[in-house]
Each structure stands twice: as structure tokens, then as C-alpha cells.
Design a protein around this ligand. Structure first.
Ligand code: GLY
Length: 369
């Protein structure tokens, strides 16, 4: 049941392998990249307790020794102090220019370890072993690495492509249902932005995927990664098309900021709600059919996901404050906010031409529920 997606980036091309049992086969997959049989693994304490022994055994089976540093789990780890600790630890492990750093974990670890690899000795290679659904379908692929600054998320970083990604779909069963569904928000995003047939498939197969159907999980991760790989190959550094991957994210980032990047709203939950709002905005602007936003919302609801602003626990700021938060989005270019809107399910596009009144009306209605 193993699939391989190639990210076509010339001299920096690499494979994303997807399927069950990849942790056990990690040694044979990584061995061809190594000059000497040892790797340094960066992970977090939660993932280490669940999966580090399996990775160690998988590496040992191919004669590869492993040394590991487990950082605290959580977004706060994507910061200078933990980054400094990781880089100093890699130097103390005498990781050389030709060695490999392995990132075992979700998006936080993948982003931090990738950035550490980008700057260590002016750049060493790294392998992503993503353990969350969100990391498997999004953050482990495409080479965006970095940490957060006090001024905002992901403001310090580098493009540094991994040399290999191993997405073991067995590890998804160790996720809480909430974390799995949050990652599913990014999966739905791919169907909505560029593949209506995939969205239809998700409408039929999403519930089985959520309850553990391995074939459905492999297929959903594979299709998501294929779509991301195609977009990244066209526009590695986000000069154009790569912004499509931010469907739902302008609303999402405002909602995440409004909820203090807390447990009240996980990133993937915000993406799902944001996709619904982006379709609502597109319908109001006459770009897509009136039925499209309802269909998006119906699928999210059928999956038991957050759909509306009222599904976010606690008070939210008013519409003006949410719009002010949207104006701080990273996609602001020359003072103009770019939105990802849609001409229908599977047909997203990037535009700067969005009347503020329409955005205000969508948020007002969403707040009223
Ligand atoms: N997560 C969006 C991107 O990789 O461009």
C-alpha cells in the first residue's frame, strides 16, 4: 500500500513516501542518503514517547545509529530559545555537513528542525518523518522552515527542502480525534482549491478515513501531497501559485490571533472554517454558485468539524477587530490584502480585488450565526 510522490525541483528534487510501516523501514529508506551510518533526530517529548523506539528499531535494522533530542511539545517550542538549544545540540553531536538531521514530529518540530538544518554549517540535509496528518499533507512538504517571532508566526525562517519525506500512515492512529480532524481541514482544502473530484471522493470517504480506513488514509494523503508537490514545483518560493495553498488562511490567521493561538482553535480547524468563509465570500461576490458554500459547510459538519464562528469556544472580538487582524496577514503586499477566492469547488484563484464591505458582511453574518 506504499505510494511515492516526487517533488520535482531539479537538483533539489525528492520523494515523499506514503503508507503504513514506514517507521520500521526508515533505515533502508534513509541509508542511501548517508555517508556514515548515524543520524541526529529532533523530536518532541510526546512523539518521542509514542514513536522514538520504533524509529530507533527501524534505523538499527539497517545498521544506522541514532541520537535524539526531545524538545517540549507545543507551539511555544518554535522559538529562539528552543531553536538555539537544538542547534547547539546538533553541534555537540558533531553533525557534519554530509550528515542527515531527522525531524520526527508534527509541524512545530518539522519547521524548527528544517530551519536548524538550513543554518547548521551553512546547510545540512534533513529528512522529514511527519507524525500528524497536518504535517503529512502540508508542512513536511515544500521546504518552508522556521520559527515564530514575538511579532508573529513563521516570521523567521528559510526555504530549505528536505531530502526525503516518510509519511507513515500507521502513526495517524496515535492522534486524538480532534488533531486528526484538524489535519483533515488541510486535506479538504486541497479538494476545494484544485480538485473537485477529490472533494467528491472526500464527501464519500471522509468518514471512513476518520475512523481508521488505511486505504482511504493513504489515498487522501497521497492526493494531497501530489497537489502540493505540483504547486511547489511551479512556484517554490511563493511568487504566485503557491499562495493557493493559503485558501482559508486569511480568515484562519485572524481567528487564530483572536484566540491567542490557544487550544480554543487548532490551525487546521481555523483552515476549515476559513475555507467555508472564503466560499461564502466568493458566492457573495457572484464568483461561485450559491450552493457551493453550503456544500463545503455540509461536509465539514458531516465530519463533526467546527464550521461556524460560534463553534469556537469563548468570546471573539468584533468584526472591525477581526478585519484589523486580517490586515496583518503575511499575504499583504504593498498594503493590499490578497485573498484566495473560488469560481467553484476545485477552482481557487488569488486576487487583491476584494471589496472590504463584502468581507465585513461575511464576518458580520458569520458572527450572528
Ligand atoms: N503551507 C503553505 C505552504 O507550504 O506554502
Amino acid at each position: 500500500m506504499q505510494e511515492t510522490v516526487r517533488v520535482e525541483l531539479g537538483a533539489r528534487a525528492y520523494d515523499v513516501k506514503i503508507g503504513p510501516g514506514l517507521l520500521a523501514r526508515a533505515g533502508e529508506e534513509i541509508a542511501p542518503l548517508l555517508r556514515r551510518p548515524r543520524v541526529a533526530v529532533l523530536t518532541d517529548e510526546t512523539v518521542a514517547a509514542l514513536h522514538l523506539d520504533a524509529l530507533r528499531a527501524g534505523l538499527e535494522a539497517a545498521g544506522i545509529a541514532m541520537t535524539a533530542l526531545a524538545l517540549p511539545a507545543g507551539e511555544a517550542t518554535k522559538s529562539w530559545p528552543h531553536f538555539e538549544r537544538a542547534v547547539e545540540w546538533l553541534l555537540a553531536q558533531k553533525i557534519e555537513r554530509n550528515d542527515i538531521v531527522v525531524a520526527l514530529g508534527g509541524g512545530v518540530i518539522g519547521d524548527l528542525a528544517g530551519f536548524a538544518a538550513a543554518v547548521l554549517r551553512r546547510g545540512v540535509r534533513f529528512v522529514q518523518i511527519p507524525t500528524s496528518l497536518l504535517a503529512q499533507v502540508d508542512s513536511s512538504v515544500g521546504g518552508k522552515t522556521g520559527i515564530n517571532a514575538p511579532q508573529g508566526k513563521n516570521l523567521i525562517g528559510a526555504f530549505h527542502q528536505p531530502s526525503l519525506v516518510l509519511a507513515d500512515t500507521d502513526v495517524l492512529s496515535s492522534l486524538t480525534p480532534r488533531d486528526l480532524l484538524a489535519g483533515y481541514g488541510e486535506v479538504v482544502k486541497y479538494g476545494l482549491l484544485g480538485d473537485a473530484t477529490f472533494f467528491e471522493w472526500l464527501e464519500r470517504n471522509g468518514p471512513a478515513l476518520a475512523t481508521g480506513d488505511m486505504a482511504a488514509r493513504v489515498r487522501a494523503v497521497t492526493r494531497s501531497v501530489q497537489m502540493k508537490a505540483d504547486i511547489v514545483a511551479r512556484d517554490e518560493t511563493e511568487q504566485g501559485d503557491r499562495a493557493l495553498l493559503n485558501l482559508g488562511h486569511t480568515f484562519c490567521h485572524a481567528l487564530e490571533a483572536a484566540t491567542g493561538y490557544s487550544d480554543r482553535l487548532l490551525h487546521g480547524e481555523g483552515v476549515a472554517i476559513g475555507c467555508g468563509l472564503a466560499f461564502e465570500l466568493s458566492a457573495r461576490l457572484g464568483l461561485c454558485a450559491q450552493e457551493d458554500p453550503s456544500r463545503v459547510r455540509a461536509h465539514l459538519a458531516a465530519m463533526g468539524m467546527k464550521v461556524d464562528l460560534r463553534d469556537i469556544p469563548g468570546e471573539l472580538p468584533d468584526t472591525a477587530a477581526l478585519m484589523a487582524l486580517m490586515a496583518q496577514d503575511k499575504k499583504v503586499v504593498d498594503g493590499t490584502l490578497r485573498f484566495i477566492l473560488a469560481r467553484g469547488i476545485g477552482s481557487a484563484f488569488v486576487t487583491a480585488d476584494v471589496p472590504q464591505d463584502a468581507v465585513r458582511a461575511v464576518l458580520d453574518d458569520a458572527r450572528a450565526g
